[in-house]
Design a protein around this ligand. Structure first.
Ligand code: IMP
Ligand code: MG
Length: 194
């Protein structure tokens, strides 16, 4: 068995055409962990009410959503909830969306009430494409929830039903979000630029 290296993941390779943000002195806290925790619990209560009486299927977009989903889902008090992990990536070592998102395999969604979770709503391209696909596949309802919303950045008009925090147009990392697969482990949401 051979173990992969960082270079097997093209998100870690520098792109000469897009060197990314200047890293400055290091990540700076934008939203501290206790504030994230409070807001995520609050979203959990809101979604518990919004989805009450249903057996929702939660579609969680990896990789950036892993911390948010882990915390949020444990705050949703609904007995019959299924979780599916999907991938939709438009960021490949870049700090601006460069590609049309590729959507991974989807489960059967026909007739289901869906909860669609993403880490951050930026250009809107990812969630807009996924929302259309899920609608085409016959979902009964789709509730969207994102941790962060860079509302000034939309290329595609898309509004999430539930938003953790609206943030300025800064590249952020931490609490699952990465820059070239780094900084996902930081407990706070941080900006990289000086
Ligand atoms: P959109 O399709 O442009 O809305 O992009 C959404 C995806 O881009 C998110 O799910 C993130 O994975 C990624 N993304 C957008 N902004 C940031 C950021 O500031 N930091 C890290 N990832 C980001
Ligand atoms: Mg993402």
């Amino acid at each position: 068995m051979t173990l992969g290296t960082d270079d097997d993941d093209n998100r870690t390779r520098p792109d000469p055409a897009n060197p990314g943000p200047s890293l400055g002195p290091g990540p700076r806290t934008l939203i501290p962990a206790p504030r994230i925790r409070r807001r995520v619990r609050q979203l959990g209560r809101i979604l518990t009410t919004a989805l009450a009486g249903r057996s929702p299927l939660c579609i969680t977009l990896l990789d950036g959503c892993f911390c948010f989903a882990a915390d949020l889902l444990r705050s949703i008090a609904i007995p019959d909830l299924q979780v599916h992990f999907a991938r939709a990536s438009s960021y490949l070592g870049q700090t601006t969306a460069q590609q049309t998102p590729t959507l991974g395999d989807l489960p059967t969604v026909s007739g289901r009430h869906l909860l669609l979770l993403d880490d951050i709503l930026d250009s809107g391209a990812t969630l807009d494409a996924l929302y259309r696909t899920l609608t085409d596949h016959g979902a009964s309802s789709i509730t969207t929830c994102v941790l962060l919303d860079k509302s000034g950045q939309r290329r595609v008009p898309f509004t999430a039903d539930h938003v953790g925090f609206v943030i300025p147009n800064r590249f952020v990392v931490g609490y699952g979000l990465d820059y070239r697969n780094r900084f996902r482990h930081l407990p706070d949401i941080c900006t990289l630029e000086p």
